[in-house]
Design a protein around this ligand. Structure first.
Ligand code: ATP
Ligand code: MG
Length: 389
């Protein structure tokens, strides 16, 4: 009896025209996460099989690949009734169930016993060996038997995959990644919809520390388990930020700072041929995230800004952060450029005219350009986990 994993595709099965592209990309993404494993992969337009001696590790890694609807543990046996029946009994010994149903598909019409009869006989064997009943409508355990030319396949346990679209199918976006709780979750949700990412981090040394930067790289590397391609672009933000603090009234510094962040992000999008901005803003969370603030801040760019957690409660975001494994890192107490020199009364309904006036007090354009010119690119493939934090 040979064990295999059957991968069922997720939402991509509804995209008829793009099916081939979707499947090819999914295979590429699977190959990327399984780079350290020894395995064989076979696929066609409806399913994919993986064979390996280390299926447990592989299965674990596959639960982080978007585009996989479910993973089914599957056993290949020789096509004869005795072997099928005895294999089934062996497999079911490890599982507890009270009701079951056997469903047989006979793709190999040379096999002489009809599907209904195969199901009936196997059902009889199961009833004899285990204390259970048949339930055809709502069985606890559905056993699928598929008789094909190359052998008979027994499907016993189906594990939910992570769903979503294969990462990269939508191209690449730019994620504004701070060390907080929200933006890594926003990144995860973007990846889930098939958007690959580059992460943009604004640092202000010496006001922000190397630990703060490493924390962001660590968060990106946790997210990278869902992508494999992430990079972190670090923007040296100190000079521009200091100019803002020198020239702008205190209540407007955060508004203007965020307008500068959007300007820099937009330029980087154009230069690196990325598509849209993603960030972790959430409606009403802080002064710069009221609808009035968002409107004034967003007005510096025509590039769409997607805010995947915009309408989630903080507790919902935290729950997801725990699930994806970023929470423990996010709550480490390092400062961010948004939290240093925080004004006592940041404006919650900024006036666009005032923003334009304050911005005319200093030559921000050349400072923005300087930021863009001097980004540091960190590729996560080269960052060993142990070096972080
Ligand atoms: P998070 O929102 O990630 O929990 P936060 O709440 O401290 O962190 P906010 O001040 O709410 O961050 O900023 C809103 C969003 O702006 C962040 O989610 C992130 O997308 C972006 N952002 C803030 N600071 C930075 C930074 N230093 N570098 C990159 N993006 C940032
Ligand atoms: Mg936030």
């Amino acid at each position: 009896m040979k064990k295999l994993l059957l991968i069922k595709y997720g939402e991509l099965t509804t995209k008829k025209g793009n099916r081939k592209t979707f499947i090819k990309l999914l295979v590429k993404n699977i190959q990327a996460v399984l780079a350290d494993e020894d395995y064989q992969i076979r696929y066609d337009r409806v399913r994919m099989y993986i064979e390996s001696d280390s299926l447990t590790t592989i299965q674990e890694k596959l639960t982080k690949v978007f585009g996989i609807h479910s993973i089914v543990e599957c056993y290949q046996v020789n096509t004869n009734m005795e072997e099928i029946a005895s294999s089934l009994v062996t497999l079911l010994k490890d599982v507890s169930f009270q009701t079951f149903k056997v469903e047989t598909k006979r793709a190999d019409k040379d096999f002489s016993i009809h599907s209904m009869e195969v199901s009936r006989r196997l059902g009889g064997v199961i009833l004899k060996n285990f204390p259970c009943k048949v339930d055809v409508h709502n069985p606890e355990m559905k056993i699928e038997v598929e008789i094909r030319k190359e052998g008979t396949f027994l499907y016993v346990r189906e594990i939910a995959g992570i769903g979503g679209y294969p990462v990269g199918i939508q191209g690449k976006g730019l994620l504004m990644l701070s060390g907080g709780i929200d933006s890594p979750v926003a990144g995860y949700l973007s990846l889930k919809r098939g958007v690959d990412l580059e992460c943009l981090y604004f640092e202000s040394p010496p006001h922000t520390s190397l630990e703060a930067k490493n924390k962001v790289v660590k968060l990106a590397s946790i997210l990278n388990a869902y992508s494999g391609n992430l990079k972190v672009l670090v923007v040296p933000f100190t000079k521009l930020q200091e100019e803002i603090y020198k020239n702008v009234p205190e209540s407007y510094v955060i508004t203007i700072m965020r307008r500068m962040m959007y300007r820099i992000a937009s330029k980087i999008i154009e230069r690196r041929r990325l598509k849209v901005i993603f960030n972790g803003e959430s409606v009403g969370q802080v002064a710069s995230q009221t609808l009035d603030s968002m409107r004034v801040i967003n007005s510096v760019t025509n590039i769409p800004v997607i805010r995947p957690v915009a309408c989630m409660d903080k507790l919902e975001i935290i729950e997801l952060a725990k699930k994806i494994g970023t929470y423990e890192t996010s709550i480490l107490p390092y400062e961010d450029c948004c939290t240093i020199f925080l004004p006592k009364h940041p404006v919650i309904n900024p006036d666009l005219e005032k923003c334009l006036l304050y911005e005319s007090f200093f030559d921000y354009e050349s400072l923005v350009e300087e930021c863009v010119q001097n980004i540091e690119v960190i590729s996560l493939k080269e960052t060993k986990k142990d070096e972080l934090l």
